[in-house]
Design a protein around this ligand. Structure first.
Ligand code: GLY
Ligand code: MN
Ligand code: MN
Length: 476
């Protein structure tokens, strides 16, 4: 067992947001609120028995204002001041978890107006129970304890159904978190950079016969060495057509494409989200290369379209058009592109949205429902494919979004007339059979919308040109 001194000697350099940036964010929320509000860090969750707990990560709203995960802590915004209510520690905690900061140390370190014991929160809230606003917690246990505290029903993950004070608070959070400040952008650049390095390691570790687990380990090792957790469950699979494939128990073989959708989060919780697809043998087959280049062309067109003032739905449409055009050029679709798009051709192979907001959550603020992703008055399409578009706002400088078109041969889609019927024989299945070694391709980068001109690509340290990718595979 190592001593605390040994721990600090091994500590990795992390990027710390200055205290003043958090104070500024808290003041900005206070200025937007006409009422008291609570922002909770959340409860600890157990894996199986009580003492065996998942690593604690505070809610992203709490991290936005504090930058550290303090279990069960609650921020109380009231009358222009912010008080942190935190658990008082007993000597047993010191035995199991090491020494904890005192309330005064917490106050000074984070610049709160006051730090008080969680046991005092109920009393402090009493005069404000009728007016206090809260955010929807992520799990039932947190919802229950919050409901007890504020004396009314609170639903977990209830973002879309919020009304009254809670809706006002959610909208204020969205207004703050939609466009990132300089400190947030520094975190997102770091997440993008390290996540890109993880992909380089994954490419270098790949050769036929290596397991998906081993490639995953090579990638996560880069994140861990940089002091980062995963921002979401890593997808590392030769079955890229399973969009959220959680399994890594396959063995790669020459001829396979490997899809890796892996991103880290900084110590303060900011996410990277990258997908690359590389050939296990180090060389794309001609059919793989043809489809890869169609997806890459669509991704580049979509990135170029991601400019301030452009509606994100138009970015999605640009990618759909590029994919359908490319598939026509390859003889997989027949007919005119506009007509094919109207008949839903894009969703047969590209059944998800072009991307999403990125920030402290990999799908940023999705806990607040479509209130965050959809501008007022805009709602989800009912159409297959377009219905999975997670963002339909006009892009603004300072927003970070992902751009992630794909091509997948999903048997459950290709075999179902509900999805293919309108295109009918204009989908040339004999021609498609020539591309049977392409199961799933997605290419994903994180981009910052700029005031003018094309976006800044935060994840460009990992190549995506086919030849550059090929040169990296197996080079480790
Ligand atoms: N990694 C999840 C996503 O790309 O949306
Ligand atoms: Mn994504
Ligand atoms: Mn992803």
């Amino acid at each position: 067992m190592s001593s605390p001194a040994a721990h600090s000697a091994q500590a990795v350099a992390t990027l710390a947001t200055p205290r003043e940036a958090f104070v500024t964010r808290r003041r900005a929320l206070g200025a937007r609120l006409g009422r008291p509000a609570l922002v909770c860090a959340g409860e600890r969750l157990s894996r199986n028995y009580r003492a065996n707990q998942y690593p604690f990560r505070a809610t992203s709203h709490f991290l936005y204002f504090v930058g550290a995960s303090i279990p069960r802590a609650v921020l109380f915004f009231e009358g222009g001041e912010v008080t942190l209510f935190a658990e008082a520690h007993d000597p047993d905690d010191a035995l199991w978890h090491g020494p904890a900061a005192s309330f005064e140390e917490l106050r000074l370190a984070h610049g709160f107006d006051a730090v008080r014991s969680l046991a005092e929160l109920e009393g402090a809230l009493a005069p404000h129970r009728a007016t206090v606003a809260v955010l929807p917690p992520q799990d039932a246990a947190a919802a229950q304890s919050l409901a007890r505290l504020v004396g009314r029903t609170v639903s977990p993950c209830g973002g879309d159904a919020l009304t009254g004070p809670d809706a006002e608070l959610a909208d204020a959070m969205i207004a703050l978190r939609l466009r990132h400040d300089a400190a947030a952008l520094a975190q997102l650049r770091r997440a993008g950079q390290v996540s890109a390095e993880a992909h380089l390691a994954g490419m270098r570790a790949t050769r036929p016969g290596v397991t998906e687990h081993a490639i995953t380990a090579a990638m996560l090792s880069v994140l861990r060495r940089a002091g980062m957790d995963d921002a979401y469950g890593p997808i590392v699979s030769v079955h890229g057509e399973v969009l959220h494939n959680e399994r890594h128990d396959g063995v790669t073989a020459a001829g396979d494409l490997l899809l890796a959708d892996v991103g880290g989060e900084t110590a303060e919780g900011w996410a990277g989200d990258i997908t690359r697809v590389w050939p296990v043998s180090g060389r794309y087959s001609s059919s793989q290369r043809a489809i890869y280049d169609v997806v890459l062309g669509a991704q580049r067109a979509a990135i170029d379209a991601a400019r301030a003032g452009t509606r994100y739905r138009a970015v999605h449409e640009a990618a759909k058009r590029a994919i359908v055009t490319g598939l026509c050029d390859l003889g997989i679709f027949r007919g005119d592109v506009d007509g094919l798009l109207e008949r839903g051709a894009a969703a047969i192979f590209f059944p998800h949205g072009i991307g999403h907001l990125l920030g402290l959550d990999v799908h940023d603020m999705e806990d607040l429902g479509d209130r965050a992703g959809y501008a007022p008055g805009r709602t989800r399409s009912q159409a297959f494919g377009d219905g999975y578009l997670r963002l339909d706002r006009d892009l603004e400088p300072g927003m970070v979004v992902t751009i992630e078109p794909g091509f997948y041969q999903v048997p459950a889609i290709l075999g179902d007339a509900r999805f293919t019927g309108a295109v009918g024989r204009d989908l040339d299945r004999d021609r498609l059979a020539k591309f049977a070694d392409v199961r799933g391709i997605r290419i994903e980068d994180d981009v910052l919308v700029t005031a003018d001109g094309p976006p800044e690509i935060l994840t460009q340290a990992v190549p995506k040109d086919a030849a550059e990718v090929e040169a990296l595979v197996g080079a480790g």
